[in-house]
Design a protein around this ligand. Sequence first.
Ligand SMILES: [Fe+2]
Length: 200
Amino acid sequence: MPSIAATRRRFLGGLVTVGVAGLSLPALPRLAAGQDLPLTPACDDGDEVTIAQTEGPYFTPDSPERAMLREEGMAGTPIMLSGFVLTRSCRPIPRALVELWHANDAGEYDNAGYRLRGHQFTDADGRYRFETIVPGLYPGRTRHFHVKFQAPGEPVLTTQLYFPDEPGNERDRIFDAALLLETDLRPPMTGRYDAVLDVA
Ligand SMILES: [Fe+2]
């Protein structure tokens, strides 16, 4: 009997194959780990503001400030999650808070400590970047990250980010296609989401 973690890994392996075979990947510049994002965010003046979604039951305040959430020996597919935090008019927001928390490869949250939890602030160009793993699945939800974005002195936006071509998306009652990551499945896998906050 394979472990749940092994099953998840096999499932994700299948997902990768389907995504590549279907040529459904967005045509994005490749962003290898450690490589900077392109200087210009891919957005237009008047872009839709990022929608809010429920925080869910597993948020823990006071997470450590860090970009590296992946730990030595941790099961799961490595992924670099990155993007810009932008104003409504597409201006990058420096020093914006970006908080990330998510399930491990087996679909479990660390509710006792801070594993796979962290926050950081965007750089002078409004960019953020986390090194983590692809979240595992747990009953009742499709694959997702939980995130909070906050421009300095502005309200917190809480939402979730999703994976393209994920079979569970259609069945998930919270899922919204506006919150899909742009992913590149070639290792090291990357996911990009540019958040647009309701600030001038
Ligand atoms: Fe969740």
